[in-house]
Design a protein around this ligand. Sequence first.
Ligand SMILES: [Zn+2]
Length: 160
Amino acid sequence: MDIIVTARKSPTRALIENCLEFYKRELKLTNSSYSLVVMTDRGMGTKEGMRGVVYKLGPKVIGMVIDTALDMERLIITMAHEMVHVKQYARGQIKHSKSMKSKYWMGKRVRADYYDQPWEIEAYSKERVLANKVFAMLNEDKRCTKLNGKTQRAKAVQKK
Ligand SMILES: [Zn+2]
């Protein structure tokens, strides 16, 4: 799966790219023939009440829009949630009619309230597990930087 992030170069864009590449591997989408196009919309959450959205852009293309005004923790969780939806489209687990009126889960038409929709149940159940792995890596990173700082200083002292 190719992931294309359409946003200007920034630390946020780097975070988005790294996170999504990680989630892609975790959700075993690396070999998927689908492409993912990611767009950002600052403040979408306050305007439309959605932190992110995923939809089919073309036969083999999935679109994702995420709100970059979210704080970093929320952004990491939101991307995990949306990436589960990407997996659902790429595997054909979720499908909808052209009019978007009816949705199908594993071949069966589903009419349910938001929190009872099987694709949402899966996304909510997996977002924390995925995001926690990123949080753990970020903490690890901080520790490593500190350690490296110490190691380098120690070596510099030895040289003297
Ligand atoms: Zn969702």
